[in-house]
Design a protein around this ligand. Structure first.
Ligand code: IMP
Length: 222
């Protein structure tokens, strides 16, 4: 730990294992994800972002599973800051494509393509959806699921939490809300896509909400 990191960490209240409310780091700067977990945990535990601890590196995600990537991000923060931390990783797993795009969901459009200047960028949702619909073609098996893995490192111990939502990939985009693959994913029990259902409903049933609820239950009740 360098001096700056030392100052930041020493100025924080107790970790989740200590007395009092405590704090924990979520290895992300995604405001949507931070808001979601802060809402669930309430005042009981303060959730800090990477910005809050002055961690400005793009933490590598080089694993070939969601579990490996989530743990890699959490481990990086734990190793450099020695504080309780959790990290998440999510993938869309399509049955007819043997689980693809899976861990490559954010950059599916570019997987297996030679790098060119006109190539779609990571997180290009339009290009990712176009590729997925193309790969599925007229296949009638549209079964798919979103899966989120959260890796928690607390006082050096690793814990994992998983959230899954099952559904199907529809044939054309519908809806304007959400992000990523939301316009082509219709969760079981609904006749609208995540992008049509809107955030209120999505946040009650989503993969991430389910994994986050398990994490919150563990942190609040252990
Ligand atoms: P991340 O691990 O949360 O960054 O997610 C990786 C990729 O999965 C994102 O870039 C999106 O393409 C996709 N993804 C994750 N969560 C969702 C979601 O709730 N709806 C649609 N796509 C998602």
């Amino acid at each position: 730990m360098n001096n700056k990191q030392n100052i930041i960490v020493n100025n924080l209240p107790s970790c989740t294992g200590g007395e009092g409310g405590g704090y924990i780091v979520f290895a992300t700067n995604n405001q949507h994800k931070l808001g979601e977990i802060r809402q669930i945990l309430g005042d009981s535990i303060k959730v800090l972002s990477l910005n809050d601890i002055d961690c400005n590196v793009d933490i590598p995600e080089t694993g070939d599973t969601l579990e490996a990537n989530a743990l890699q991000k959490a481990q990086y923060v734990y190793d450099h800051y020695h504080i309780d931390v959790f990290a998440d990783d999510t993938g869309l797993e399509v049955e007819a494509l043997n689980g693809a795009p899976g861990v490559y969901s954010a950059r599916y459009a570019t997987v297996g393509c030679a790098a060119t200047s006109s190539q779609p960028k990571d997180h290009d949702s339009e290009a990712n959806m176009t590729r997925l619909l193309h790969e599925l073609g007229e296949n009638n098996n549209r079964r798919a699921r979103f899966r989120t893995v959260i890796a928690l490192i607390q006082q050096g111990q690793v814990h994992e939490f998983e959230g899954i939502v099952n559904g199907q990939i529809i044939r054309e985009r519908r809806g304007g809300e959400g992000f990523g693959y939301d316009p082509i994913f219709q969760p079981d029990g609904y006749d609208q896509t995540f992008a049509e259902l809107g955030l209120d409903i999505k946040n009650q049933i989503s993969h991430r909400a389910r994994a986050t609820a398990k994490l919150a239950d563990y942190l609040l009740n252990k």
